[in-house]
Design a protein around this ligand. Structure first.
Ligand SMILES: [Fe+2]
Length: 213
């Protein structure tokens, strides 16, 4: 997936020869061109019947392409909150097969330990973040699953119930904003998920969105 369309072109990934445009409509005219192209490419990937491994590999390559340019993310979707990290909805597939969010970290902010329950691609547009994966023992308590992993601008990683789904994430910086672009295999703001304590506590969690895109 090295052949992305230039950002200033109309989305050209919908080849009528192998994609039936009447099957569903993409609600993308309002999107900035790089994001619109990404959505078009992701739609083609999902229409092809890609399994999770292909979504992680090929969808991850599409996301890395999207992260190569900055400047397309609106100021509204890049705004940190003084107290908490923010998740802004950038795009929701009309069939809720995937959603795209910007994840905005204020300096020093972190998430609780949480899961996703669906596949997720996590890419960094600005700054850096650190993720600590956790593994759940039979008694419910959590133990670290490997060392903390630092994700730099331009790089992409994945989470899912099969790859490892429980983690806690931090802005790598105490003095600046970091921004991730995440793609999830559902309307992630509406998914029933959990937050955890290391000692075995587990509470229902539904993230919602900080905006109503
Ligand atoms: Fe996460």
């Amino acid at each position: 997936m090295t052949n992305q369309e230039p950002a200033n072109q109309e989305p050209a990934n919908h080849d009528p020869a192998n994609h039936d445009p009447s099957s569903h409509e993409l609600a993308t005219p309002h999107l900035p061109a790089p994001l619109r192209d990404f959505v078009a490419g992701f739609d083609v990937l999902l229409e092809s019947g890609a399994d999770e491994a292909a979504i992680v590999a090929e969808g991850g390559a599409l996301l890395r392409d999207l992260l190569r340019t900055d400047g397309w993310l609106s100021a509204d979707a890049a705004r940190p909150d003084p107290q908490y990290y923010r998740q802004y909805l950038l795009y929701l597939d009309p069939e809720a097969r995937f959603s795209i969010v910007s994840f905005v970290w204020g300096p020093g902010q972190s998430t609780p330990i949480h899961d996703h329950t669906v596949w997720g691609l996590v890419g960094l547009l600005r700054g850096a973040e650190v993720s600590q994966a956790w593994r759940r023992l039979d008694d419910g308590s959590l133990v670290p699953d490997g060392p903390p992993v630092r994700l730099e601008t331009g790089s992409v990683t994945a989470v899912s119930p099969s790859l490892g789904d429980i983690h806690q994430v931090f802005n790598a910086y105490e003095d600046r904003v970091s921004i991730g672009i995440h793609v999830y295999g559902a309307d992630i703001g509406a998914v029933d998920r959990s937050v955890y304590t290391r000692e075995g506590g587990r509470k229902p969690f539904r993230s919602g969105y900080a905006n109503a895109a």
